[in-house]
Unconditional design. Sequence first.
Length: 182
Amino acid sequence: MKKIDYVNNIMDEIIKWTENYNNIFGVEEFIDYSDVDRYMLNNPLPTRKKLGLTLNINAIVKYFKYVSFYNNTCQLISNLKNQVNIHNDNLMSKKVDYFRKICGKIEDRNLDGQQINAIIRENRNQLIIAGAGSGKTTTIIGKVKYLLKCNQVESDEILLLSFTNASAEEMKKELKLKLIVK
């Protein structure tokens, strides 16, 4: 393979990587940091060492374009977590109004920002820990209500665990009354 073809192949790899990177932010879904880590692991950026030495002038020109492009791509990587935060914050502000419209009050209470964030955020699983009387059960009931009303899951796909019988009974009672869950 000629050196110039080799450089072109590497440039193509970087362009493909950048397109995949841009596709991450093209969906209206929250981005989980574990997805980012998995993406970086499965889509490694070609290294400068992979390029090797080049002797012909066209390859040198391509190399400098590559270095510039590579540096820009490295900048994208270093800003990735920040971009994920911006993406998720923008999506959160869009979804808060939608949440208020479809769910309203939960257990006749207005929820605070942290509770709404916990409800709207699309996590694979969720652990809610807080002090007594802080609204954990209300938040959990709100999450279930939101998931069911948005048709994100069926009621038989939800597992709720509680460490106290009182909150377990309260959740069971509220969900039966408000959501017609078995």
